[in-house]
Design a protein around this ligand. Structure first.
Ligand code: ZN
Length: 399
């Protein structure tokens, strides 16, 4: 089957022949070393194509039509077409061919290097792409795009120090503020340091994150986590409550930590009191508390158990599976055991259902992701207001 690139090249060969352009260029030459006249040349190219030898046809085209000022745009167009079609090897071959031209103007060289870097990126050859983008970032008209690409490469490679450097260079070019993005790079470093028990380094990174973006909640979460790990429960709890006050949805991250902090401190009564006053202040928190408790299997704390029970009884889909009327008149033990069964089932279902969704692109995931893997934006995920248990239950019944 001839591919689209076969037609593309065939079209180019025919175009060259029809225009008689290369004839005028080479045909009247007396030089024996000059390429043969086009009519033979393009027939040779077409012959490759007819035999489905696209690569040979491409090589032939590149030899036949040398890069010069008149043809360079054709070469660029052909290269980017191949890349967009996923034929990256061919795009690389074309762009390397342009770069090999000895008398290339500086601007055209940069354009070719930028195109080649994008080819490498498309081919997943990140280290080669990185080298070219670094070169272009040092001063070319592709400086901004090169730095943006470098940020993406370093994010993928989790090379956060380099990402910070590229982000700061980009900011210095005077475009937009990258404070949020750079704060997250520092938070990545802080979390890694904290995971390695290097709390003093972690604190420094959080400080840097908050220097650019003072109220970054991820930084506050890391600080709270460090405080808890270093037995400073008072600071930890103050920070967790502040985080929830400012961004209710972060209760999914904070609640398990709050429960753990109170448990370590041995003051579960204090926990119950603190949560109760939080819910009294903001009754909408009840369902968020319930959902987080279900997913994280947190129980045995009166105020949390109440939220969970209310959540289950308010869920209309569950009414089809649990006889709520009978349940309300049942004995406490029977009720408790029935609800605990439902809760167990919900926990399993909830943990297999996407809970978070990116507000920019709609990508969904089960856990909160600071950077959306699809559109690469930071802090764009929010929890769905309610888990669609009807869909989940339907799914589990049909399977
Ligand atoms: Zn997204």
């Amino acid at each position: 089957m001839p591919t689209e690139s076969t037609f593309l090249l065939a079209g180019l060969f025919l175009l060259l022949a029809a225009a008689g352009w290369a004839l005028g260029r080479f045909g009247e030459s007396d030089d024996e070393d000059a390429p043969p006249p086009l009519n033979i040349d393009y027939l040779k190219g077409l012959n490759f194509l007819l035999n489905e030898q696209t690569d040979q046809a491409l090589e032939h085209f590149l030899e036949m039509v040398r890069v010069d000022d008149k043809t360079i745009e054709t070469h660029f167009a052909l290269g980017s077409l191949f890349r967009r079609r996923g034929e990256v090897d061919r795009a690389i071959r074309i762009h390397q061919n342009i770069i090999a031209r000895p008398d290339l103007a500086a601007e055209q060289r940069d354009q070719a290097l930028f195109s080649l870097a994008k080819d490498y990126l498309a081919a997943g050859l990140l280290d080669r792409a990185e080298k070219l983008f670094v070169r272009l970032a040092q001063g070319s008209r592709y400086q901004v795009q090169a730095l943006e690409s470098l940020c993406r490469i370093y994010e993928q490679e989790k090379e956060w120090e380099k990402a910070i450097d590229a982000g700061q260079q980009l900011e210095a070019l005077g475009g937009r503020s990258l404070a949020l993005q750079i704060a997250h790079y520092y938070c990545e470093l802080a979390e890694a340091a904290a995971a390695g028990n290097d709390y003093s380094a972690a604190r420094q990174f959080v400080k840097k994150a908050q220097a650019g973006r003072p109220r970054t909640m991820r930084g506050a979460l890391t600080r709270a986590h460090i405080a808890r790990e270093t037995d400073d429960y008072k600071t930890a709890l103050r920070l967790y409550h502040r985080i929830i006050d400012e961004h209710t949805y972060l209760i999914s991250e904070a609640l398990p930590e709050i429960v753990e902090t109170y448990a370590r401190d041995g003051s579960m009564v204090g926990l119950n009191k603190a949560l109760q006053s939080m819910i009294d202040k903001n009754p909408e928190m009840s369902s968020l508390v319930a959902y987080t408790a279900i997913v994280n299997d947190i129980g045995g704390i009166p105020v949390i158990d109440e939220c969970v029970e209310k959540y289950m009884l308010d869920e209309p889909t569950l009414a089809e599976f649990v006889d709520l009327q009978a349940l309300s008149s049942a004995s406490d033990t029977a009720k408790e055991s029935a609800l605990s069964k439902v809760r167990g089932a919900l926990s399993k279902l909830a943990s297999s259902t996407p809970r978070y969704q990116c507000q920019e692109c709609g990508f969904s995931s089960q856990r909160l992701l600071w950077q959306c893997p699809s559109c690469r934006n930071w802090e764009t995920q929010r929890p769905a207001s309610k888990v669609q248990f009807d869909t989940v239950l339907q799914h589990s019944i049909t399977n």
